[in-house]
Design a protein around this ligand. Structure first.
Ligand code: HEC
Length: 148
């Protein structure tokens, strides 16, 4: 194998390793709900829990927020794939959609870490980071909001 080919092969192998590593973050492949249903049944109640935080004391109190953050993260990963709604697949193909979903997931992860650390200030901060992706994504993609 000549040197150039060798370098190319190593480069390709590194790229494949990077894809494989990133692949651990690939969301569930085949959602059976629409984006709208996910918004109403998962994202809204879970984020209301995170935004409604009041002086948690026990590990059980904090667990409620860990569970809610997990729901936000998984719902975010699911909407990255789309869903069964008529426009869901087209939305998921848009890079802006992916970026808003990633912002939602990132805020969910911050909230999860804050709840694991039992850090109320970090919970409030995560709650603030959680809101803009809702608003910005709705402005761009939510037909009901766009037509208002
Ligand atoms: C990646 C884009 C995106 C993000 C992020 C997002 N939404 Fe949505 N949401 C949508 C779209 C698109 C719809 C409309 C779906 C439809 O009509 O089929 C929607 C609909 C909804 C609905 C249905 C009721 C209504 O308003 O018509 C609720 C409630 C909702 N979202 C809440 C939230 C909350 C709360 C957040 C943030 C925690 C959030 N969404 C984040 C895209 C997003």
């Amino acid at each position: 194998m000549n040197r150039l080919l060798c370098t190319l092969t190593l480069g390709a192998m590194a790229a494949m390793a990077a894809i494989a590593a990133a692949g651990q973050d690939v969301p569930p492949a085949d959602p059976e709900m629409s984006v709208n249903d996910l918004m109403i049944t998962l994202i809204t109640p879970a984020t209301n829990t995170l935004w409604g935080i009041e002086d948690p004391q026990t590990a059980e109190d904090w667990q409620v927020f860990i569970d809610a953050a997990d729901l936000v993260i998984d719902a975010g990963r699911t909407i990255k794939v789309g869903g069964t709604g008529p426009k869901d697949t087209d939305w998921a193909a848009d890079p802006a959609w992916q970026a808003f979903a990633d912002a939602l997931i990132g805020a969910g992860r911050d909230a999860r870490q804050a709840a694991m650390d039992q850090d109320i200030e970090a919970m409030y901060t995560a709650g603030e980071v959680l809101y803009p992706p809702c608003e910005e994504c709705h402005l761009q993609f939510h037909p009901g909001v766009r037509e208002q």
